[in-house]
Design a protein around this ligand. Structure first.
Ligand code: B12
Ligand SMILES: *[C@@H]1O[C@H](CO)[C@@H](O)[C@H](O)[C@H]1NC(C)=O
Ligand SMILES: *[C@@H]1O[C@H](CO)[C@@H](O)[C@H](O)[C@H]1NC(C)=O
Length: 148
């Protein structure tokens, strides 16, 4: 009785230790030493201040800003849900938490890192450890009124 229990436990242990044992059919081959990084992600209505929500996330090294947004959405769909449109530049974020950009009002979702606007789109920007990422509902100047 005791012996079969020990054998069973040993078998379970082996199953866990066997390389790929419980991880067959994964899309990408996962190394067991995949490095993880921590980021802080905020979604904020910088116009009407209707919301300002943040979350700490642990994501694989090499993740894009878009990947971070997708992970946050999966964890808390109510606060971090978003939509996007594909352009030649990649994914353009069109709404966050149900708040949509509006070209007539010159509003858009601005991407920032440590309070500095990004010069790359969400899909192209690779995030770093301890980075403070933000998508902020903002206004851009009317055409012909861009700051010099
Ligand atoms: C105008 C403009 C904007 C306007 C667009 C709204 C409007 N109605 O005018 C605003 C201010 C909203 C904007 C926002 C951003 N932009 Co912009 N934008 C431009 C600019 C100067 C011209 C685009 C244009 O009108 N083309 C002509 C029309 C006819 O072509 P179109 O394909 O229909 O243009 C649309 C797309 O370009 C889209 N769009 C605009 N910016 C971006 C950025 C990304 C990543 C995507 C996927 C789409 C996109 O909006 C345009 C109007 O509908 C380009 C530079 C350039 N010379 O192309 C940068 C440019 C495309 N933007 C850029 C960036 C980085 C951004 C932001 C990520 C900045 C930020 N820190 O938030 C955000 C997008 C964030 C998001 N929500 O996903 C980069 C993209 C670089 C890259 N490799 O990813 C560019 C190339 C400027 C640069 N840094 O060199 N942008
Ligand atoms: C969002 O809230 C944080 C504090 O939680 C504050 O520091 C930050 O300025 C706020 N952002 C905006 C755009 O209001
Ligand atoms: C922000 O508030 C103003 C008035 O307080 C309103 O007219 C406008 O539609 C609001 N914008 C959004 C995007 O909710």
């Amino acid at each position: 009785m005791m012996k079969t229990l020990v054998i069973m436990l040993a078998g379970l242990l082996l199953l866990h230790l066997a390389p790929g044992g419980l991880c067959q059919g994964c899309a990408a081959p996962r190394t067991h030493l995949q490095l993880q990084i921590d980021v802080y992600y905020t979604v904020v209505d910088g116009m009407n201040h209707s919301f300002n929500d943040s979350i700490f996330l642990t994501v694989p090294q090499g993740s894009s800003f878009f990947d971070v947004m997708a992970v946050a959405q999966e964890i808390d769909c109510r606060r971090f849900r978003f939509t996007y449109t594909l352009y030649v530049w990649g994914a353009y974020i069109t709404s966050v938490q149900g708040l949509h950009e509006d070209s007539n009002q010159h509003t858009y979702w601005q991407l920032l890192s440590n309070d500095i606007p990004l010069t790359l789109g969400a899909g192209c920007y690779a995030v770093s450890d301890r980075e403070r990422l933000e998508v902020r509902f903002s206004k851009y100047p009317a055409p012909g009124h861009w700051p010099a």
